[in-house]
Write a protein that binds this ligand. Structure first.
Ligand code: ATP
Ligand code: MG
Length: 383
């Protein structure tokens, strides 16, 4: 937790942000959501539409307070009765494969490591940071430690409607075990009757996607450094047998120090079909082996890294077209053109990542030794 402490120290103070005018915040958020790019997949279009409709709602603080008060009251007055009932509910939900993590022992160990079982009243809730498909994300501060975190609030009903309870369970299981400077930490979780709360590392500079939209593209130095740090994170994940499978700018956040943080691990373990048809939207990052329904391995992340590198440099992904079929065709044929103005070093790396045969793609270790990576990451050769 000392790492966390250091990080949190560096983070913005909650006071500063909560004091901002909520109206101007709302306008700011609305403005940025409008910038979401046009995506080819229908599911993403609908997501985009919902983005346009976004209205940031605060967690009704007083209600929550009231709820906590009531629940403590109830707990006190009902004592054992209440906790037995809770246990029953829990068991029932567990058996029904609801969204409460399956492995209770693991859960307890994890929470023991963190020293406690979390509850909403442990946090002060600040401004909304964004809205996701299944709930909202808020800036929050743990009252005792004053740690700043991002609290992701997911609505059980929405998760059930989307049939994604098991993905959430995996997100929690996978992300809470990963420790890497370029992987967003998941510190813990808790839940109440209607909601699941994920305690996440706060990424003070928000979504990489928004930054990319704002700037159009990144310069070669930035791209090289970003790709190197992402390759380092993926290398770590692969060493833990975790394949992300959903690397794209929307799933990468930026810390207050400007470091990239890979997020959204839960959705990455979707089976390719449900992944394509439900929330993941964009087809642009899908590797040929997944489109062709072939077995795939960690090399899918190398392909996505290649697409990402291209999009970072050019501003649009390499296989972007108007229709799904055309995008599929282009991906399967690896039909892409790199603009002239891109340096030969960057071109070479893109070509070494965007290879149809997954085994032929440059390994993450060799990527770190690629001249175009070494050129801008001289002190980063240990990866
Ligand atoms: P999903 O992850 O459910 O597919 P999503 O990525 O659109 O959906 P969330 O992950 O819930 O949505 O996040 C919504 C928004 O909140 C993000 O776009 C981002 O701007 C902001 N956000 C999420 N997590 C953090 C965080 N840890 N730190 C700072 N901002 C965050
Ligand atoms: Mg997300």
């Amino acid at each position: 937790m000392s790492k966390v402490k250091n990080m949190m120290k560096k983070s913005r103070k909650l006071k500063d942000t909560t004091n901002q005018n909520p109206k101007s915040q709302q306008a700011k958020i609305n403005k940025t959501t409008k910038k979401k790019k046009k995506l080819t997949a229908t599911s993403n279009n609908s997501k985009q539409q919902s983005n346009k409709k976004r209205k940031i709602k605060r967690i009704p603080k007083s209600k929550d307070k009231q709820k906590t008060k009531n629940s403590t009251k109830n707990n006190k007055s009902k004592g054992k009765k209440k906790s037995n009932k809770e246990k029953e509910n829990y068991e029932q939900k567990k058996n029904n494969h609801q969204m409460i993590p399956e492995n209770t022992e693991e859960k307890q160990q994890q929470q023991a490591k963190m020293g406690k079982m979390w509850k909403l009243s442990d946090f002060e809730i600040g401004r909304p940071l964004g809205r996701g498909k299944f709930g909202n994300v808020y800036l929050a501060r743990e009252k005792k430690s004053k740690y700043i975190v991002a609290l992701k609030v997911l609505f059980k009903k929405e998760l059930q409607k989307g049939g994604v309870e098991h993905q959430l369970r995996r997100e929690i299981e996978i992300q809470s075990r990963l420790r890497h400077p370029n992987v967003l930490r998941l510190f813990g979780y808790f839940y109440d009757e209607n909601r699941i709360f994920l305690i996440l590392e706060y990424a003070g500079k928000g979504e990489l996607y928004k930054k990319l939209c704002k700037l159009g593209h990144f310069d070669e130095k930035t791209c090289s450094q970003y790709i190197s740090s992402l390759a380092s994170a993926l290398s770590y994940c692969h060493s833990k047998h975790v394949i992300h499978r959903d690397i794209k700018p929307e799933n990468i956040l930026i810390s207050i120090n400007g470091d990239l943080k890979i997020a959204d691990f839960g959705w990455s373990v979707h089976a390719p079909n449900s992944r394509r048809n439900t929330m993941c939207g964009t087809l642009d990052y899908l590797p040929p082996e997944m489109i062709l329904g072939k077995a795939h391995d960690q090399n899918v992340d190398l392909w996505s890294l290649g697409v990402l590198l291209y999009e970072f440099l050019v501003g649009t992904p390499p296989f972007e077209t108007e229709g799904h079929q055309e995008t599929y065709r282009k991906i399967v044929k690896t039909d892409f053109v790199i603009p002239e103005y891109i340096s030969s070093g960057a071109k070479d790396l893109i070509k070494k990542l965007l290879l149809k045969d997954p085994k032929k793609r440059i390994s993450l270790e060799l990527l770190q030794q690629h001249p175009w990576i070494l050129k801008y990451n001289s002190s980063n050769n240990e990866n």
